[in-house]
Design a binder for this molecule. Structure first.
Ligand code: NAD
Ligand code: TYD
Length: 352
C-alpha cells in the first residue's frame, strides 16, 4: 500500500483517482478535511476496498504512527498542505502549523517507522514530498526558467512555509538517509480545484455573471500544468526517481494571467454565444508582494525519468471548462457560507 496525505484536496483527489484507475495497489488517504478537502471528489470510490480514508492531521504523531504500523505502506506521498497564497497573506499561522510543523512531525513518525523496516523494504521505501515552483521566488521577463539548482527565495508566507518543508525533507535524507524525493511543480488546473484559485474562480464567477478580478496589471506570468500530468509525474518520480534528488515539473506553458482569463471568456462564449463574458473583466488592487513570473525548466525529469506532459494548455483548459459546466452541483456544494465569507474578505480588501 501507499499512504497519501491530503488526498481529498484538488491534486490529492486527482492523484488518488488516477492511481486506482491504473493500479490495484491500495491507498490509505490521510486528510484533515480543511475547507479545501472534499470527500465528494472521491465519491466514485465509495465501497472500493482499495481506498481507506482516515480523517486526521499529518501533525498527529500518534495517529500517523499507528497508521504506519497497521498498514505498513511502502511509500508516502505528502500532498497535505495549506496551499492558497492569498489566504497565507491574510492569515499565515495555519501555513506554519501544517506546512512546517506538520511536515516535520510527519517526517519524524516516518523516520521512526522506516528505521525498523527489514533491509530490502527499507531500501525500497520512499517519502515523496510534493512542493511548488514558488519556493524559487520571482523571475524577470528575460531570466531563464527555474532549474533544480535555482536558489530558494520564497516571497509569500505560503512559499516560505513550503520552502521550509522542502529543507526539512532534504535534511532528513542528508542526516538520516531517509529515501526522500521532492518535486517542485508549477501551477496546476483541472477538475476539483477549489474556486479560490485563478482558473476555477474565473469560470465560476463568469457563469454567475460576477466580476472577474484581475490583480494589478494582469501581466504576471505563471506556467500551467493540467493536473493529471502532475499526477503522472508524481507516479513516475516514485517509480524511478533517485532518493535525495529533486525534480521540477512543468507544462512548458507560460502565460500572463490576463491571457488565461481571456481564453476562459472566449471558450465560455462558445458554449453561451449570447453572453459577453469579456465585459466582466475587472482590474483590482494588486496582491501584496505579488511574484511577477514563474517558469519551470522541466528538462531533468524529461531526461532522467522520461516524463513529459501530455496536455497542452489548449486541450487542458477545454477539458477543465467542460468539467465545471458538467459539475454545477459540485460548484454549488463547495460555495458554502465559509466560502462566501472568504471571497468577501479577500476581494473587499483588494477593492480598497
Ligand atoms: P488543496 O488546498 O486543494 O488540498 C490540500 C489538502 O490537504 C486538503 O484536502 C486539506 O484538507 C488537506 N490538509 C490540509 N492540512 C492538513 C493537515 N494538517 N493534515 C492532513 N491534511 C491536511 O491543495 P492542492 O492544490 O491539491 O495542493 C496539494 C499539494 O501540492 C500542496 O502541498 C501544494 O503545496 C502542492 N502544489 C500545488 C500546486 C497547485 O497549483 N495547486 C502546484 C504545485 C504544488
Ligand atoms: P493563484 O491561482 O492564486 O496561484 P498562485 O498565486 O499560487 O500562482 O493565482 C494565479 C495568478 O492569478 C497569480 O498571479 C494571482 C492571479 N490572480 C488574480 O489576478 N485574480 C484572482 O482573483 C486570483 C485568485 C489570482
Amino acid at each position: 500500500m501507499i499512504l497519501v496525505t491530503g488526498g481529498a484536496g484538488f491534486i490529492g483527489s486527482n492523484f488518488v483517482l488516477d492511481w486506482l484507475a491504473q493500479s490495484n495497489e491500495g491507498i490509505i488517504n490521510l486528510d484533515k478535511l480543511t475547507y479545501a478537502g472534499n470527500l465528494q471528489n472521491l465519491s466514485s470510490l465509495t465501497g472500493d476496498p482499495r481506498h481507506i480514508f482516515v480523517q486526521g492531521d499529518i501533525g498527529d504523531t500518534q495517529l500517523v504512527s499507528q497508521l504506519l504500523e497497521q498498514y505498513q505502506p511502502r511509500a508516502i506521498i505528502n500532498l497535505a498542505a495549506e496551499s492558497h497564497v492569498d489566504r497565507s497573506i491574510l492569515g499565515p499561522e495555519d501555513f506554519i502549523q501544517t506546512n512546517i510543523l506538520g511536515t516535520f512531525r510527519l517526517l519524524e513518525a516516518v523516520r521512526a517507522y522506516w528505521v525498523e523496516l527489514e533491509s530490502d523494504t527499507k531500501q525500497d521505501f520512499r517519502f515523496l514530498h510534493v512542493s511548488t515552483d514558488e519556493v524559487y521566488g520571482s523571475l524577470t521577463l528575460n531570466e531563464p526558467a527555474f532549474t533544480e539548482e535555482h536558489r530558494y527565495q520564497p516571497n509569500s508566507p505560503y512559499s516560505a512555509s513550503k520552502a521550509s518543508s522542502d529543507h526539512l525533507v532534504r535534511a532528513y535524507h542528508h542526516t538520516y538517509d531517509l529515501p526522500v524525493l521532492t518535486t517542485n511543480c508549477s501551477n496546476n488546473y483541472g477538475p476539483f480545484q477549489f474556486p479560490e484559485k485563478l482558473i476555477p474562480l474565473m469560470i465560476v464567477n463568469a457563469l454567475a455573471d460576477k466580476a472577474l478580478p484581475i490583480y494589478g496589471d494582469g501581466q504576471q506570468i505563471r506556467d500551467w500544468l493540467y493536473v493529471t500530468d502532475h499526477c503522472s509525474a508524481i507516479r513516475r518520480t516514485l517509480e524511478a526517481g533517485i532518493p535525495g534528488e529533486t525534480y521540477n515539473i512543468g507544462g512548458w506553458n507560460e502565460k500572463p494571467n490576463i491571457e488565461i482569463v481571456q481564453t476562459i471568456c472566449t471558450l465560455l462564449e462558445e458554449f453561451y454565444p449570447d453572453r459577453a463574458f469579456h465585459n466582466l473583466v475587472t482590474y483590482v488592487k494588486d496582491r501584496p508582494g505579488h511574484d511577477r513570473r514563474y517558469a519551470i525548466n522541466a528538462l531533468r525529469i524529461e531526461r532522467d525519468l522520461n516524463w513529459k506532459p501530455t496536455e497542452t494548455f489548449a486541450t487542458g483548459i477545454r477539458k477543465t471548462i467542460q468539467w465545471y459546466l458538467d459539475n454545477q452541483q459540485w460548484i454549488n456544494d463547495v460555495q458554502t457560507g465559509a466560502y462566501r465569507e472568504w471571497i468577501e474578505k479577500n476581494y473587499t480588501e483588494l477593492e480598497q
